[in-house]
Design a protein around this ligand. Structure first.
Ligand code: ZN
Length: 279
């Protein structure tokens, strides 16, 4: 579609579209033209205490609302199902995979019960140095939160959730020597496989933005390590007909999003430029 026409649609139809179901009609037309999309949603920390919030910590209440919303509108599937469905890219609804990055304990305590309640699958990308980690008060960055332990990870595996690697220590892979980057990528796979006693073939780049956190050299390293699927945080949906398995776009949920904003980010067809100034 022409850029100007798209902009006009965004400006004049997005809000009534949300309330009167025009969005879903437009989605159907786009799906007919381009085939089904694979939408990958990315969460980090899910909490029930409203304190020490960063941009990527979502309350349990909002998280459940979002899961309910997504379940009504999308086929929520696992990555292994998504890979199978690539061969049959047409469906009534777009496909959606839910992911969690880093491996926080609150995922196990707060998110997993909600996912089980709504019978929704998800993939968890684990930073292995966070496994069993309990913050000592002095630690910053991702280590300021407790991590899941080995038993949590094994239990999640048994519940049918998918586990992927997210390096050993969550570095920016572009800012460390290549041999260290290689170690971060391959050792995290080995450690998780040893804990879970099963193959780990999914990976998420820490930070996740192309040219800032990874590049082609890192991508090749990840492929050479034996990963078959890698997630970025590059914003966007993926066409089931032609997505790059080693560079999957995701929608990273932030805690200031209203229900309307959440809906438009997931649908991705009415991108208001004016709201994008905030990111
Ligand atoms: Zn991360």
């Amino acid at each position: 579609m022409d850029d100007k026409i798209q902009q006009l649609i965004r400006k004049f139809i997005a809000v009534p579209g949300y309330y009167f179901g025009i969005n879903s009609i437009v989605q159907k037309i786009l799906r007919f033209m381009h085939g089904s999309k694979l939408i990958v949603v990315n969460y980090h920390s899910i909490t029930d205490v409203y304190q020490d919030h960063d941009l990527f910590t979502i309350s349990r209440f909002i998280f459940e609302k979002q899961i309910t919303y997504l379940k009504e509108r999308y086929n929520i599937i696992s990555f292994s199902d998504a890979l199978k469905r690539m061969r049959y890219p047409k469906d009534d609804k777009d496909f959606l995979v839910i992911t969690f990055d880093d491996g926080y304990k609150d995922n196990f305590i707060n998110a997993v019960p909600i996912l089980l309640k709504h019978k929704v699958n998800a993939c968890f990308f684990i930073t292995t140095e966070l496994i069993g980690h309990f913050p000592d008060g002095a630690t910053r960055g991702i280590k300021k939160y407790p991590g899941m332990n080995r038993e949590d990870l094994k239990a999640m595996c048994n519940m049918g959730f998918e586990i992927g690697a997210h390096t050993l220590s969550h570095p920016n892979l572009l800012q460390i020597p290549l041999n260290r980057a290689q170690n971060e990528i391959s050792e995290s796979m080995k450690q998780l496989e040893q804990i879970l006693q099963q193959e780990v073939t999914y990976f998420a780049y820490p930070g996740g933005k192309r040219s800032i956190h990874y590049n082609n050299a890192i991508k090749e390293m990840v492929a050479a390590a034996g990963y078959e699927l890698c997630c970025t945080t590059n914003r966007g949906r993926n066409s089931l007909r032609s997505f790059d398995m080693l560079e999957i776009n995701r929608i990273t949920v932030q805690n200031w999003w209203s229900p309307f904003y959440f809906a438009r980010e997931i649908e991705g067809i009415f991108d208001f430029k004016i709201l994008d100034k905030r990111r």
